[in-house]
Design a protein around this ligand. Structure first.
Ligand SMILES: [Zn+2]
Length: 478
């Protein structure tokens, strides 16, 4: 996600500094008392909390106990009244025996739920939809949940971004979910740890066009309505699913290796969009060579007359305003996220610098490739002087997830690593990082372990300084 505002809030990561610097014993050690086995009372078994995946920043996101395989979303959208009538069918595997389980759903009216074809009871509490099937699920059992629901989706408030999720602006509807907006339009296991495949059907009145993720496999016209049928064949995190409805012009082209590129452009943004998107194929080729094969079944952009850009999987949302800034940078940034962010997903939201630092740095590498090393040098020189970079990017709070330092000092961390490791090792690292975590999840710890393995160097002090310590480090200091 490309953020809109610059924040100068001083983020002092006291807790992390404390944790990383190791605990000091504050109390004199007492001699250990002998343990008498019969005096040890058994601890009661605590039932696991099924309503969380333990994300440090967003503990309400995601649910434990099952693994989603596939979402089938079917939405009929009345654009004028901004209401939906919808069914979501989730196919999942129970990871443990379950008497009940949770889905994330915010707002909307739930009409009916069944599990495996039988009506199920449900309750709702703080964005959690808690479902009790008629027959308990056994560990390892594959099951399906059908949720019939509807109403007027309500966006959720997100610091720095305003609103996220299902948004309506006049007769434009668009879903921009990072990091917790997916629950505004479909029940889900809303965390990048549980990726799944999708098919998405959206019915709208003519002349509206409904864009979404993956491949457009059919458009069914009947009674003044169109149903757009989309197929997502590679696993996708919930926050990367989108629907965008407007009177779009569809522009198709063939990318490298026959990759279908489908762009959705509103008539008013056509000139700006076509200019900014003219290098898309060349960029895909450049990044394929740099990182590895393009991860998905298709690509394209949805150009919006709104202030949001987001790397929604296979079809990036691009704000017309961002395309006017320097369009190439944002086009490259959201494209890089298809590899880093979408295919290589975060284990925890606090590691967001892995998404944004890579997307930002690799968009600078496009500038280096296209305009020469002086261009990269001038971007780096300008960036390192930015005052917000005094704040380290490694531990943003939930209110500062998209702070500018996460992007820019995240990118500078990678540039400093390139200077430290040398060209060959650094670019080998980029390729191996993608190959190792493709279609999977990664933490900062795992990234650092891979860097140390590939380089043969001990780099704790380097990453401590760049990611977790206040004050702008020197790019070349050992
Ligand atoms: Zn981004």
């Amino acid at each position: 996600m490309k953020n809109k505002t610059i924040r100068f809030t001083l983020l002092i990561p006291l807790i992390v500094t404390f944790l990383l610097s190791g605990c000091t014993t504050l109390y004199p050690a007492l001699p250990a008392a002998p343990v008498t086995p019969e005096l040890v009372t058994p601890q009661p078994t605590v039932a696991p909390d099924l309503g969380t995946l333990g994300d440090a920043l967003y503990p309400n996101l995601g649910n434990a106990g099952y693994d989603v395989q596939h979402y089938a979303l079917d939405l009929s959208v009345d654009v004028t009244s901004n209401t939906i009538t919808a069914t979501t069918v989730i196919s999942a595997v129970a990871m443990t025996a379950l008497d009940s389980f949770h889905l994330d759903l915010s707002g909307l009216r739930v009409d009916n739920i069944d599990v495996g074809g039988q009506p199920a009871d449900f309750t709702r509490e703080d964005g959690e939809l808690i479902i009790t099937p008629a027959v308990a699920l056994a560990e390892g059992e594959t099951f399906s949940v059908t949720v019939a629901y509807g109403g007027q989706p309500e966006p959720r408030a997100m610091p720095m971004l305003g609103q996220i999720g299902w948004l309506q602006r006049g007769e434009t509807i668009v879903v921009v979910s990072e990091p917790f907006g997916a629950s505004t339009w479909f029940p889900s296991n809303d965390h990048p740890q549980d990726k799944a495949t999708y098919d998405i059907r959206i019915t709208v009145d003519e002349p509206f066009v409904a864009a979404s993720n993956g491949l457009l496999i059919d458009v069914i016209e009947a009674d003044g309505q169109r149903t757009y049928v989309w197929d997502v064949i590679n696993p996708m995190a919930t926050y990367l699913a989108t629907v965008a409805i407007d009177e779009y012009i569809i522009e198709e082209e063939e990318g490298p290796n026959g990759l279908p590129i489908i762009n959705f452009i509103t008539p008013g943004t056509r000139d700006v969009a076509l200019l900014a998107l003219e290098n898309t194929s060349e960029m895909i080729e450049f990044y394929t060579e740099l990182i590895g094969p393009y991860p998905f079944e298709s690509y394209g952009a949805i150009v919006l007359p709104l202030g949001f850009s987001l790397e929604t999987q296979t079809r990036s949302l691009l704000s017309q305003g961002h395309l006017l800034m320097p369009g190439e940078e944002v086009v490259a940034h959201e494209l890089v996220h298809q590899w880093f962010g979408n295919s290589v997903s975060l284990e925890q939201w606090q590691d967001i610098w892995l998404n944004e630092g890579f997307a930002t740095y690799l968009s600078w590498l496009w500038a280096e490739h296209r305009y020469g090393p002086e261009r990269l040098e001038s971007i780096v020189t300008g960036s390192i002087q930015a005052p917000f970079n005094v704040n380290p990017p490694g531990t943003p709070s939930a209110d500062n997830l998209f702070a500018q330092t996460v992007y820019v000092r995240g990118a500078l961390t990678l540039h400093a690593l390139r200077l430290r490791l040398g060209e060959e090792t650094f670019f080998d690292l980029i390729r191996q990082y993608y190959a190792t975590f493709r279609d999977d999840n990664v933490s900062t710890e795992e990234f650092i372990a891979l860097v140390e393995e590939i380089s043969g160097e001990e780099l704790d002090a380097f990453f401590e300084k760049w990611l977790y310590t206040t004050g702008i480090p020197s790019l070349t200091e050992e």
